[in-house]
Write a protein that binds this ligand. Structure first.
Ligand code: VAH
Length: 318
């Protein structure tokens, strides 16, 4: 990997992955590709960027050729709630856009493509605790269906077309640089904003709703390590479980309260996001990623809350 294009550059993952890749590969060698959302100052000011509309294959190919790209991270996607709210757009972006990226990669001879999957790729009838890498995948959200499509197409392009595609099934990601939007796990980020701004937060998931979660440095580590792994050691390609922690809203509230005494969380359950969350695993078995490319997370709940509180306080309070 020498020259990398990252789609979805304005999003929660892109805003963190691009600085990490620029540090690793050189700023000029990592091109941020966004569609309509604005980039963070950090991304816009630290290296090249361009507009890409993944729903148009030519747009993807033009960026690859213009910047002499050899590897691509495709992060552009509508998240779970946003996809339910606009199915036609989610189909164009999450399904057609994914296929456009894979075909454009083939047409331009890319060395590697990385596409994140998600815990959303599992459904209500999947074993919920330590969900295996290989198990029943019948998601009942359009986002989850598009993630299974991405995994299957990534593996197909590796096995049948000869394109090196890799991917990890990410838990809900917690970060502070960009406020996420349109997700089901975003309560775990919004709670910190509420705690620091108002000392309280109204959670849209009910107490006891366990979800696999991951602090963004570990998500970035997983995306880079799976991309850089020796292909000869990989028996899987676009569908690696990665896990770090699981918690439910009251456990997060208690951890925040340990740093902000008096923080209050109350509940106003959103039926759609509760339905989606209930269909997702409680935790993932990531032994396959540990065996095949030595995956290891660095952050647990307490370390994440410490780092989130410190960085978000500085961001919001100066
Ligand atoms: C969402 N944050 O909630 C995203 C994520 C695993 C969930 O992909 O839709």
């Amino acid at each position: 990997m020498r020259r990398i294009l990252v789609t979805g550059a304005a999003g929660q993952l892109g805003s963190e992955l691009i600085p990490a890749l620029r540090e690793r590969y050189g700023s000029d060698n990592v091109v941020a590709a966004m569609h309509r959302s604005p980039l963070t100052e950090e991304v816009a000011d630290s290296g090249p960027f361009t507009q890409v509309d993944a729903t148009e294959q030519d747009s993807v190919e033009r960026a690859i050729r213009d910047y002499d790209i050899d590897s691509l991270y495709h992060l552009g996607s509508l998240l779970s709630v946003a996809a339910e709210a606009n199915r036609p757009l989610a189909h164009r972006v999450n399904i057609i856009g994914l296929l456009n990226v894979l075909e454009a990669a083939c047409d331009t001879g890319l060395e590697r493509v990385v596409i994140p999957s998600s815990i959303a790729a599992f459904g209500i009838d999947t074993p919920h605790d330590s969900t295996p890498n290989e198990t029943l995948q019948r998601p009942t959200s359009l986002y989850g269906i598009s993630k299974v499509f991405g995994e299957l197409m990534g593996n197909y392009f590796f096995e049948r077309v000869g394109l090196d595609v890799r991917g990890v099934r990410l838990p809900g990601v917690v970060s502070w640089k960009v406020e996420p939007g349109g997700g089901t796990t975003d309560y775990a980020v919004d709670a910190f904003y509420g705690a620091i701004r108002e000392g309280r937060y109204t959670c849209y998931l009910r107490p006891g709703t366990y979800l696999p979660m991951m602090y963004v440095p570990d998500a970035i580590k997983a995306l880079i390590e799976v991309a850089e792994a020796d292909v000869d050691g990989l028996k899987h390609h676009a569908d690696y479980n990665v896990n770090s922690m699981s918690f439910e809203p009251t456990e997060l509230a208690e951890a925040i309260r340990r740093r902000m005494p008096g923080f209050e969380m109350d509940y106003d359950v959103d039926p759609l996001r509760q339905y989606i969350a209930d269909s997702w695993p409680n935790s993932l078995d990531d032994s396959v990623a540990r065996q095949e490319w030595d995956w290891r997370p660095d952050y647990g709940l307490e370390a994440m809350v410490d780092d989130m509180y410190e960085n978000l306080s500085r961001k919001l309070l100066g």
